[in-house]
Unconditional design. Structure first.
Length: 391
């Protein structure tokens, strides 16, 4: 039996019990509300656990040709699942192949709709359009679909009304890590005010993802009632597109300390990199929680990186040449030493889908931990993978 000590670091470890916890909440929300849930592959596309995930979900939603094909080919384990295709912009060269895999296709603009609707209709693929209510629940400008001059969806209700004969539904994605039911409900009220008159003429409405309804104190029943009332009011099938909600807290990135230094504060360098392996930390200027040191569970959130109060706080750094390759600064019970293993939490969403070969740093393996604690190495990466990614 493979144990953690048998594995070379770095590696992502996906924990099936944690996945089940999240997916059970998603499933309950769907049962209570009548909504259907589609895994957002832009967040998590590690298909080695799709056979486990698919019974809890109704299908997948994508952002590209590659993702829609992956969803069609790997999600469902032989059972019929929906495959929704969306892209900010499709090319003429790829649209025919996209339609081979799509059960629904959602266009981002009137131009895209007009360019490709005939092809979709000829293949009996239902067509949708992305709408932008120009309001959102997002704490980050970079992730805000309603940011000024946004290219994400159409907003002119009079022009949308003119194309209702070409579409069967719409997608509205304007949440990002929104853990407030009150904020979601208020936003949905705004959406109804702006677009409600056309919803009666549609068959389905996707409300996207970014709703953090798996939080322990989230009023799931209220959310379900709100979604069900919306569905019944307009006579539409509601879709949700959870990504982070499906996999939050369900994986860790396990690393090994390669070196320790001291430059005003203790420093530890691990055999991983935030730019290469947890890129969202860099993009959103966030830090990673430490959930395990040498196999012992812990819950360490990073302290302010510019704090001078505690000179013994340890800064854990990545091994790339980027000066800001820093996982965070932590108050540790014991100093780290070379050979210690440090695991960073919440390492599933927007990590494996964004991993890259910056500096040629070793790519983390992907490991699955089952209900019995047995580790299965799903995928390893080596020099040939690095070489093949270039030319």
């Amino acid at each position: 039996m493979t144990t953690a000590t048998d594995l070379n670091t770095p590696y992502y470890q996906i924990d099936v019990p944690a996945l089940r916890h999240n997916l059970s909440i998603v499933q309950r929300l769907c049962e209570l509300s009548g909504a259907k849930a589609l895994l957002a592959l832009k967040c998590f596309a590690t298909w080695g656990v799709f056979d486990f995930m698919s019974p809890y979900l109704h299908g997948t939603t994508s952002s590209s040709l590659n993702e829609v094909r992956l969803g069609k080919e790997t999600f469902g384990n032989g059972h019929a699942k929906e495959t929704h295709a969306y892209s900010v912009a499709y090319s003429q060269a790829e649209i025919d192949e996209v339609l081979q895999y799509a059960d629904k296709i959602i266009f981002n603009s009137f131009n895209q709709l007009n360019a490709f609707k005939a092809k979709a209709q000829a293949q009996n693929v239902p067509v949708g359009l992305r709408l932008n209510p120009q309001t959102s629940n997002s704490s980050f400008l970079i992730a805000d679909p309603a940011r000024p001059f946004s290219r994400l969806g159409e907003h002119d209700i009079s022009k949308v009304s003119e194309v209702l004969g070409d579409i069967t539904g719409v997608m509205i994605h304007n949440n990002c890590e929104n853990n407030s039911f009150a904020a979601f409900s208020a936003s949905l009220n705004d959406i109804e005010t702006k677009f409600g008159e056309i919803f009666h003429q549609l068959e389905w409405v996707s409300l996207g993802g970014g709703i953090h309804f798996i939080a322990p104190d989230y009023p799931l029943e209220q959310l379900a009632a709100r979604l069900k009332a919306f569905s019944e009011k307009y006579g539409v099938q509601v879709y949700l597109e959870p990504g982070e909600a499906c996999i939050h807290g369900a994986a860790k990135l396990v690393t090994t300390v390669l070196d320790t230094l001291h430059n005003g504060k203790p420093l530890a360098v691990v055999d991983s990199s935030i730019e290469a392996h947890m890129l969202d930390l860099l993009i959103y200027r966030e830090t990673a929680p430490v959930v395990e040191i040498n196999g012992e569970a812990c819950q360490l959130t990073a302290v302010a990186a510019d704090s001078d109060v505690e000179q013994q706080n340890t800064i854990i750094c990545g091994k790339s040449c980027l000066a800001g390759d820093i996982f965070g600064e932590y108050q540790l019970a014991q100093p780290l030493k070379t050979g210690d293993r440090v695991a960073f939490g919440n390492a599933a969403g927007y990590t494996m889908v964004k991993k890259n070969w910056f500096n040629g740093v070793a790519m983390p393996a992907i490991v699955i931990c089952n209900d019995d604690g047995v580790l299965q190495v799903q995928k390893t990466f080596g020099y040939e993978d690095f070489k093949a990614s270039l030319s």
